[in-house]
Design a protein around this ligand. Sequence first.
Ligand SMILES: [Zn+2]
Ligand SMILES: [Zn+2]
Length: 350
Amino acid sequence: MIVFTCAGCAASLTVPVSQVALPAHAHQQYGHEPLPALMEPRTYAVDPEPSGPPWRRWEEVGAEEAEARGVYAPTYALSYGPPGTVAVALGDVRGTVLIPERCDGHCCGLDSRNGPNLACAQCGHAVATLIDDCSYWQVVWLDPRAVRPLDVDAPARRALSWEELREQPERPPVEPIGAWSPVWEATVSVALAHLLAASGGARVVVPHGPVADAFRPALDALLPAEPPTRSLALAGPGLPATVTDIALVPQHPQTGEIWPSGTEAAVPLVADVWMHLAFSRNRRLRPASGGLPDGVYRDDPPLPPPSGPFRLDRQMFLHALARLPEVRQPWLRTMYDDVRSRRANLPFWW
Ligand SMILES: [Zn+2]
Ligand SMILES: [Zn+2]
């Protein structure tokens, strides 16, 4: 496992943590409530992209330089902060103090507008940014310029096998209060960007079922109704092999590995969402706990009905699509511009 230490004085800044894949919803903004912690306890994830201030406007940067930075369509501004920031749970951070003059936020808490707002308690160097404002997933981003990873002698978490992942809780699409899950909205929006790029602009045919429920309204509205067509189906552990043009495959939450489907095009989905799409209609019962006799099985209570129609997260979609080189193709760029400017009559976006 790794302990992150201060680059200035070597003080420990976290408990021992193991690396996992960066959650797809890491930079999502959603609703007006403080959101839960982004990271599971004792884990960390690295964002390979530049993040945080300074920001430069698209007009200043220009298409050529943006492309060299992996952004292929206009966006409001690009971060010129460091790549490789490290996300950890607030509860796993040690030995830091707030920097009072950098504790601005939009509403209920702190956002990242002033750069790092946490300093090493021992030497005073700015080392991290706590984000806990409403609409944001609560997270501490360690500044890669100010911390060092230190290998420590603690047993690392073993990566679960794909079969073991099937035993992990699925992520239901609707929260107990009846709202759509923000993680689902982010995941489906990012996957839709990849799906459009993989479609080549052809109609995508989805068989009836949970995948169609999540993707078909947007696919049907955005892509032509006539042939040629490309097929879309789930592929992954526990499912029979299938022949499809585009496979929706799970991404391992710990290793980031994408299920090797062998198809021409594969679109990854975070594993707990994928598991729900693949298996929710065939759920396995679990032995009951709480003093019930052996052999008594239970199922989770049914999901509440959602309080409104499923909506895609426009910002997550645009962020993902702008980073796919395919967006330079005119048909996809037009789609990007339409969604960005809200020109298209697409009722399923926030
Ligand atoms: Zn607020
Ligand atoms: Zn220090």
